[in-house]
Ligand binder design. Structure first.
Ligand SMILES: Cc1cc2nc3c(=O)[nH]c(=O)nc-3n(C[C@H](O)[C@H](O)[C@H](O)COP(=O)(O)OP(=O)(O)OC[C@H]3O[C@@H](n4cnc5c(N)ncnc54)[C@H](O)[C@@H]3O)c2cc1C
Length: 379
């Protein structure tokens, strides 16, 4: 029997595995269905890390995650694991008060930020040459683009060096609660036992927990991203347009990722459309051209969809569900920027070395709550 079994090697589970090893958790096994760490939702993400989050605790989680991403970049000797691309958040004149309050709040925390009007925007970012006259912006130069898969791979390697046991290509079929442990039944009909079990299975967590007779208030929803190729260098920073929920993430001189927000309906993690919709692709292209003339002649190379996990209050579900059984999920579409810190916190809670009562996964009765965006400035 292992002291701790962790299910799921996305950003959260990989980080949890490293934190557990560092905190002397004893024998720890990480189980993952895919052939390597962070091959599913974490690999589909835009990789934005920003301080522009509505919840104060989330902003702290981003701060801690930045430290862990930096450590991984040094440890892996990978200078591209995180990059300070800077972000421009675009709003309309009627959002000036929200922008001013956000700006003040960030400055109080010593986060570099400036507010720009249309003229200032044009001077600082000439590539954004098709904006309406009443456009305003927040520029957060220290916002990042990260590579979550590289982070997870580094975290698992570092944890392995501390003695972590890892089983990849190991889909779990069912969980079973025992008086002193949790049994994990794998699809290949083998079983492992954990004195404690931490489920970090992203949007698959609810289904897995149901196999042990437990339910949580998690609703998976679909969100899309595309890879766009420009005919010439685009010179764009990360851009987030609040009005249309469009976000752009530069990936090299002529490439960027372009995505948008939240689909309101629930999706089945084992049966959803993983390719981008034709309507999404057309509307992304149209919105890019509405922001910059550099978009003329740009083409969408490919588009994909992934699932994020909504919760009633848009905060994670992290903590104890039953004796010996813990979970950490409910990313609300912003789980890469907080993932390293949330994984670490989940491990400490599972080891009873920390508490997070505000994230108690049992604080809601599972129900049909509305799915709302998590990446927003408004509470
Ligand atoms: C299109 C898109 C863009 C996004 N952009 C951003 C962004 O810019 N910034 C940001 O912060 N967030 C973003 N997100 C959200 C982010 O990707 C997620 O919040 C994050 O990846 C969640 O990480 P995780 O480790 O919880 O889940 P996952 O990465 O899904 O990891 C869960 C793991 O559990 C494994 N697993 C599941 N079931 C089983 C089982 N039965 N047996 C064994 N293993 C199992 C899976 O294979 C998977 O590897 C985006 C998401 C999408 C879809």
């Amino acid at each position: 029997m292992y002291d701790l079994v962790i299910v799921g090697a996305g950003v959260w589970g990989s980080s949890a595995a490293l934190a557990a090893m560092r905190r002397g958790a004893g024998s720890v096994l990480l189980l993952e269905a895919e052939i390597g760490p962070a091959q599913r939702t974490s690999a589909k993400s835009g990789g934005i890390v920003t301080d522009l989050l509505w919840h104060p605790h989330d902003r702290e989680l981003v701060r801690r995650s930045r430290t862990l991403y930096q450590e991984a970049s040094l440890g892996a000797d990978d200078p591209h694991l995180w990059q300070a691309a800077g972000m421009v958040t675009l709003g309309r004149a009627d959002q000036a008060e929200l922008f001013a309050t956000t700006c003040e709040r960030l400055l109080r925390r010593q986060v570099p930020v400036r507010m720009l009007d249309r003229e200032g925007l044009g001077r600082a970012f000439p590539a954004l040459d098709r904006l309406p006259a009443d456009m305003i912006a927040l520029h957060t130069p220290d916002d990042w683009h990260v590579n979550p898969t590289a982070y997870a791979q580094w975290a698992v390697s570092a944890a392995r060096r501390l003695g972590l046991f890892v089983q990849m290509s190991a889909p779990i079929h069912r969980l079973e609660l025992h008086p002193r442990s949790v049994a994990v039944h794998l699809a290949d009909r083998t079983t492992v036992e954990g004195g404690r079990l931490l489920v970090c299975a992203g949007t698959w967590s609810r289904r897995l927990l149901k196999s042990a007779g437990l339910d949580i208030a998690l609703r998976p929803y679909r969100t899309q991203l595309s890879s766009v190729h420009f005919a010439a260098p685009h010179d764009l920073p990360i851009v987030w347009q609040l009005e249309t929920d469009l976000y752009l993430v530069p990936e090299g001189e002529r490439e960027l990722l372009a995505g948008d927000g939240t689909e309101e309906g629930e999706s089945d993690p084992d049966a959803f459309r993983e390719t981008g919709d034709a309507g999404f692709i057309a509307s992304v292209a149209e919105r890019i051209v509405g922001l910059t003339s550099r978009g003329d002649g740009a083409g969408v190379r490919t588009a994909w969809a992934g699932l994020c996990g909504a919760t009633p209050d848009r905060r994670p579900l992290l903590g104890r569900l039953a004796p010996h059984l813990y979970c950490a999920c409910g990313d609300q579409g912003i789980g890469v920027m907080r993932g390293p810190a949330l994984g670490e916190l989940a491990a400490l809670v599972a080891l009873e070395q920390a508490e997070a009562p505000e994230l108690d996964p049992l604080r809601f009765v599972p129900s049909e709550f509305p799915i709302r965006p998590g990446f927003t400035l408004e509470t």
